[in-house]
Design a protein. Structure first.
Length: 139
């Protein structure tokens, strides 16, 4: 093992450690519990096979939420992706209006911050402080 490999292993270790601890082990434990009748209070888990999945697919609430999720995935995601690609095309194509499109696209972030500052200023500060300290008087 040479020095370059050691450096690569040192840099890769935090990711591998985090992946194993926070992704791989929980997925494996969840897979195990999916086929058992386990309760948090008990210390043993009885193997019941696919009974949990059969009960899940007979539940009306689960079937309704599954239908709503499928509608979202099949309708909303492609529409949002199409709109995002259209906006990206408009912002990158050579045109005389590209500066206007970019400004129009960026405008909501400016307005949103201004509204947040105005709302916070009006609700957090007393009216007398805001009217005398923030705004100049021309009399």
């Amino acid at each position: 093992m040479n020095k370059d490999n050691t450096v690569g292993h040192v840099f890769a270790f935090p990711f591998i450690f985090g992946f194993v601890c926070f992704s791989l082990i929980p997925v494996c434990i969840s897979f195990y519990y999916a086929f058992t009748n386990y309760s948090l209070g008990s210390k043993t888990a009885a193997f019941i096979g696919f009974k949990n999945f059969l009960r899940l697919f007979q539940d009306e609430v689960f079937l309704k939420s599954l239908a709503i999720t499928l509608k979202y995935v099949l309708i909303s995601v492609p529409l949002k992706l199409t709109f995002a690609l259209l906006v990206a095309y408009l912002l990158t194509r050579p045109s005389r209006m590209v500066t206007f499109y970019r400004s129009l696209y960026y405008l909501p972030s400016l307005v949103g911050g201004s509204v947040a500052v105005a709302w916070c200023g009006n609700s957090c500060l007393p009216a007398k402080v805001c009217s005398t300290a923030c705004w100049p008087t021309w009399t």
